[in-house]
Design a protein around this ligand. Structure first.
Ligand SMILES: [Zn+2]
Length: 309
């Protein structure tokens, strides 16, 4: 395990003359480094390694902050800028040199023991990976390899939704391609988007499971919580492939809309999801007793375990 990252998390600075503190990178105002607290503004910073003393302008009776940005801000960046200004307003500098403080001990002094305790916590997952990884769903053998890979990146939070692209410094409007209403993130796109909700509602056909959707904070959590379903083989096959097919088809259609301006409808997506599941079921020998038509006509019966051949 690399030590520098958790070590840096444990250090916070008390501002003195600001000569030794990096304005964006070090942890000196608020709980986290400013680059983490205000990513939209950080990406606009002219000098990402600038020191606090080069940003903070003070004379006998006033202090101002000269945060240099590459361009004018868009509307959706204003909120973070205002929050940053409010935070800087509260900063008080002490006389003399900057001091660093070790957050994970009561005295503020660094010790190997407190570092060790924190590392153990990070390694056992107590603070870095609060949610289990949905291995069963992601490594299901009948899902094609490229889709497994897509799911893997999705679980790692690497899927290039608009919120991530904007954080990476690309200037884009943040609005979801599917509904045009809310900002796009993976949680929105796959769970809470009005189009996604319509799809889940129509495909799951159970008010109880549907209501669970609103309690989920991430797509990963949703996949881990995906319940088992008992019943004939056809029911289990379709039920287990359903969440991945929904995610994959939403992502494909979202990209078609984003890059090729192709329109879609919820009913088209629903049909495509059923086609996808049918295709993935191709590795199951029992499929020969059924027809694709069954998925279109008897979907509800299949999910309830009432269609057996
Ligand atoms: Zn949406």
């Amino acid at each position: 395990m690399k030590l520098i990252a958790p070590f840096k998390q444990g250090v916070s600075y008390r501002l003195g003359d600001g000569q030794h503190i990096k304005f964006w990178r070090d942890n000196w105002a608020g709980e986290l480094a400013l680059e983490t607290q205000f990513p939209l503004i950080f990406r606009l910073a002219v000098d990402k390694e600038v020191r606090v003393c080069d940003v903070r302008m003070s004379d006998a009776d006033s202090v101002s902050w000269n945060v240099m940005l590459r361009r004018n801000r868009y509307d959706w960046e204003e909120q973070q800028m205002n929050d940053l200004a409010a935070l800087l307003d509260q900063v008080v500098a002490e006389e003399g040199d900057d001091l660093w403080v070790w957050k994970w001990s009561r005295t503020g002094q660094f010790s190997v023991k407190t570092m060790y305790v924190k590392l153990r916590e990070l390694e056992t997952g107590a603070s870095s990976y609060p949610i289990a990884f949905p291995y069963k769903v992601v490594w299901c053998r009948s899902i094609p390899l490229n889709i497994k890979f897509f799911l893997w990146t999705l679980m790692l939070g690497r899927t290039l939704t608009l919120d991530r692209l904007i954080n990476m410094g690309i200037a884009l409007p943040p609005v979801c391609f599917m509904c045009g209403m809310a900002n796009e993130s993976t949680t929105h796109l796959f769970l809470h988007c009005s189009k996604a909700l319509q799809l889940w509602a129509s495909l799951i056909q159970s008010p109880f499971i549907f209501s669970n959707l609103f309690g989920m904070d991430s797509i990963q959590e949703w996949l881990v919580a995906w319940p088992e379903r008992k019943g004939p083989e056809i029911t289990r096959w379709i039920w287990n492939l359903l969440p991945v097919a929904v995610i994959w088809v939403i992502w494909k259609n979202r990209n078609d809309k984003a890059f090729r301006d192709r329109e879609f409808s919820v009913s088209k997506l629903e049909k495509e999801i059923k086609c996808t599941i049918w295709y993935w079921c191709g590795v199951w020998t029992g499929r020969k007793h059924y027809f694709f038509r069954d998925l279109m006509v008897s979907w509800k019966d299949i999910l309830q375990g009432d269609l057996i051949r």
